[in-house]
Design a protein around this ligand. Structure first.
Ligand SMILES: [Zn+2]
Length: 326
């Protein structure tokens, strides 16, 4: 059940479902900014069970391309926690920092096709720019050239409105030019921007389906735009509701989410399933971890989350008390 080396066979967990002819490849892609907390556990559970239910693969990718935001030792802690919960990923863990060459190649391709250009604007230069829900809407200052010696690279946007049909949240569309403006693919400090790295890695790993938290949904049109410019196939998207605390804030490290304790993983897994709209039987939390996974694979139904954007714990429950949700 618990694959220590991470190279277990697919399908060791009974799925009870017919396999689709198309190979499904899903992934969980945590950033090592802190240990696994309950919010990221929900995304891991949902993406894992979707992959298994489709008879597909589930890859684990550590998104470690932002060293200033990384916490020392967090990758190992996240991997240990996932193992402890009995997750089985296919193939070795991959590290986003290892595909730097591929990221640079993609950026070069954008530059060569005239789709990316240097931008020397500092935060101060953009202080007066209009802000939208995605942050500063880049006004296009450097589109016609830039004299600065230190530059970022931005990708051109135009009138296109990348759209997608989200499995849970329905049709989503963004007018990039007016809602985000040209966005950064290579930062001024030389680091690869998140949007670019995710798109290249999903492509390299053949990801067919992305299941992740709804907090990332407004990044998806920018990612689709990059996929279109780079000639990549767009995967299916499914954005699950995020766990929030009583104040309605997303459960995250910055809002005090705690590391998940290692005791009673089966009880915590049952709590996670219940929060994901499943109806685990009352006595499941006293079952063994493999039994909980077997129940989950058999009964998983992501459609119970349709249209849901947040999951609040019921006050006074185990979820609130034990998982740092309060
Ligand atoms: Zn600029």
């Amino acid at each position: 059940m618990n694959s220590r080396n991470g190279s277990s066979e697919i399908g060791t967990i009974a799925t009870g479902n017919a396999k689709r002819p198309t190979p499904y490849i899903g992934r969980f892609a945590p950033s090592p900014t802190g240990p696994l907390h309950f919010g990221s556990l929900l995304a891991a559970v949902a993406s894992f069970l979707e992959a298994r239910q489709h008879g597909g693969k589930w890859l684990l990718r550590v998104e470690d391309i932002d060293p200033p935001r990384a916490e020392y030792g967090a990758s190992d802690k996240i991997i240990a926690a996932l193992e402890h919960f009995g997750f089985e990923w296919d193939g070795p863990v991959s590290y986003q920092s290892a595909s730097r060459d591929a990221h640079e190649e993609a950026i070069q391709a954008l530059v060569q096709s005239g789709k990316a250009y240097p931008c020397g604007c500092s935060r101060r230069d953009l202080a007066g720019a209009v802000r939208g829900p995605l942050g500063v809407i880049y006004p296009g200052t450097c589109r016609t050239g830039c004299e600065a010696s230190e530059t970022a690279l931005r990708v051109l946007t135009d009138d296109a409105q990348p759209a997608f049909q989200d499995r849970l949240q329905g049709r989503q569309v963004q007018h990039l030019e007016s809602e985000s403006g040209d966005f950064i693919v290579l930062r001024r400090d030389g680091l690869i921007a998140y949007q670019l790295a995710v798109v290249v890695d999903d492509y390299l790993q053949g990801i067919t389906d992305v299941v992740r938290g709804i907090d990332l949904m407004d990044s998806t049109p920018r990612q689709i735009w990059l996929q279109q410019l780079l000639g990549y196939v767009t995967p299916g998207y499914c954005h699950i509701p995020v766990a929030v605390n009583r104040q309605g804030q997303k459960l995250s490290k910055s809002h005090g989410a705690r590391e998940i304790p290692f005791d009673r993983p089966q009880g915590r897994l049952v709590t996670a399933l219940a929060m994901l709209g499943q109806r685990p039987p009352r006595d499941l939390s006293t079952a063994t971890l493999p039994d909980v996974w077997a129940w989950a694979c058999e009964n998983w139904n992501i459609d119970t989350l349709k249209g849901e954007t947040s999951i609040a714990p019921t006050p006074g429950t185990l979820a609130e008390a034990e998982n740092g949700l309060s």
